[in-house]
Structure formats: C-alpha cells, structure tokens
Design a protein around this ligand. Sequence first.
Ligand SMILES: [Zn+2]
Length: 87
Amino acid sequence: MSSDSDNVRDLEAELDRPEAGEHGVPVDAMCTCCKCVTVKRASIDEPDPDFVPSFRHVCRRCKCVTWWNVIAVLRGLIDAEEDGDEP
Ligand SMILES: [Zn+2]
C-alpha cells in the first residue's frame, strides 16, 4: 500500500519556524533562487493581499535575502489567533 505521508506538509509547523517571520500574512511561497517551497509570513499592506505576487524574505537554504513568489495566501492559518486582536 502506498502512502502520501511523505508529501503531506505541516503548514502550521512551517509557520512556527523562526525563518517564516514574525509578522504578516501566512503565505505559501517559492524561493526564486533555489525553488524551495515553504510557509512564510509576507509583510503585505496592500488592500488586496491575495494579489501580491512576490516579496523579499530570507531563505535558509540560500542563506541570504531573496525574492519569494506567493503561491497561495494561507489566511486560515492565523484567523483564530487574529480574532479579537484589533484594538
Ligand atoms: Zn532559496
């Protein structure tokens, strides 16, 4: 019996990593340099965050700041923690 368990990603665990960043909207992003895909927090201030195509962030594999292309916005990952966070 085959299993897809190796391909299942723990998005919340990736978001908890320090290199994901501390502020911003969780996004699934691909490093334009090494092509790795991981969850990052993108500092998105646009009215329509779903439309932001790329942002700059550090890549642990590249060991430098590089450009990341947003694949998907993962707002669901922080919906719970942002509830009641408004002043
Ligand atoms: Zn990279």
